[in-house]
Design a protein around this ligand. Sequence first.
Ligand SMILES: Cc1cc2nc3c(=O)[nH]c(=O)nc-3n(C[C@H](O)[C@H](O)[C@H](O)COP(=O)(O)OP(=O)(O)OC[C@H]3O[C@@H](n4cnc5c(N)ncnc54)[C@H](O)[C@@H]3O)c2cc1C
Length: 487
Amino acid sequence: MEYAQVIIVGGGIAGLAAAKTLGHDVKYVLLEAQDYLGGRILTVDAAPHLTVDLGAQYVHGDKKSSVYEICNELGIILSDDEDSDDETTVAMSDGKSLKSDLMDKATDLWERAREKAEEKYDERATSSPVSFADFVPGYFKKRLSSSSSISKDLIQPLTDYFMKLEMTEASCDTLSDLNLTEYVAYEDLEGEHENDLKNGGYRPFINYFKSFIPNDNRIRMNCEVIRVKFIEDDRKLLVEVNHLNEQRTKTMICDHIIWTTSLGHLKANFHSIFADEPRLIQQKQQAIANLGFGTVNKVMLIYKKKFWHRKASSIALLHMNKDRPFEISDALRQNLQVERVDSQIVQDIANMLFHYDVLPSTDIPVLICWFVGPIAIAVENLSEQLIGQICHEVLCRYLNIPQEKNPPVQILRSAWHSNKYIRGSYSYASTASTKHDRKQLAAAYAPDRVPRILFAGEATHQQYYSTVNAAMETGIQAAKTILSTIN
Ligand SMILES: Cc1cc2nc3c(=O)[nH]c(=O)nc-3n(C[C@H](O)[C@H](O)[C@H](O)COP(=O)(O)OP(=O)(O)OC[C@H]3O[C@@H](n4cnc5c(N)ncnc54)[C@H](O)[C@@H]3O)c2cc1C
């Protein structure tokens, strides 16, 4: 039976950062179930000279952000001069567009509603959970109503828009499940919230971590850990590994494990993987159940020619008359028939589409459409061609542009929920959860008073969970704990 001092489960950034920290002298093996490293950081080649990130794309914070520091050192941060276009085009379903100063005003009011929530629902002020939906949208609507510059028929469409934006930010199915007390206590990374990366995206960042791992079979791809058991007498962990390419299982033995799989993966597999460890299940099952893990997906539309405003960095859609069905073109209707897809899905998607970002890192025209919640899961069942056509058609209708003129030349779509090794996008504080749950999730399992299984990954970070920074820092921390135990 093969022995390693440490087994790292998962080759996302938490696992890679843990490997780098353990260094060459520790005998470790990193087991990754999929055929690539990076996990929810996934940069793909979309066309010659064009890469896109299907997972993480922004670097959060530019002050004390260790991810920013590494990316800056690697020279991959897109500078402000290169990223100069910063106008949002606001297109409405009645064919009009909203002036940018009104959108700025609405953005400001939404921000103020969040600030008000912070004041009102400071951690100490409430003992029972309050959801984001309980306070912020209502307060925002009141402020909009009392603003003389915003007409009454814009109140609901603007509220819907900002609610979807917030859901995407948090990765939750509904704002009624987003814990307001916890959400307003979230500590953002200091400085600029969204720093873009140059063409190449996060790939050099992942390669940087890979470069610290010796080429001596320490990394094993297509290796899924399916069972873990602590042997009291030997004070060792038995790890059953499914070698997916060879279709057989092998057992390894180790002193410590750094477990980095996503909260979504734990929700689906925790009980079966740790079935032999009832104390561990007892320790963590509540936290795993309580914390939220939602789905955000992107659809990337790649065009030959820009047909939106030259300086626009994003396009927002305001649904003015939600009850009026979206008129499906003949071409789209035909494709729905070919793919045997019910046309209702087009209505649902048209109602949920709200925001397209222009990819700033390239001159090639690329739009990124964001989906969140149940519809984000539903779009995973459509072909890339079909979902791209729907996103394109809805956009053209709002912009009053014939959709046949500039069809997308290529479409990519992420599918984070159906990926059985991820099962969603990132964690959030649900109304059922408290800070205590996140602490429980992060706590090490020490059956013989020695930390045997250390839990890392984005969801185990106490402050800025859901980010690359969180994943990286928890991986480093877990490795440091092991180093101090070994030494
Ligand atoms: C659409 C999307 C957009 C995002 N945008 C941003 C952003 O702009 N900025 C930002 O900072 N963050 C963003 N994030 C979040 C960020 O990507 C994650 O927080 C971070 O990458 C998580 O890293 P991790 O190592 O904790 O987990 P993961 O990346 O999930 O790594 C865990 C690894 O474990 C593997 N694994 C699972 N089960 C097993 C098993 N049984 N055996 C072996 N291996 C297994 C998985 O395949 C995976 O590779 C985004 C995420 C998504 C999905």
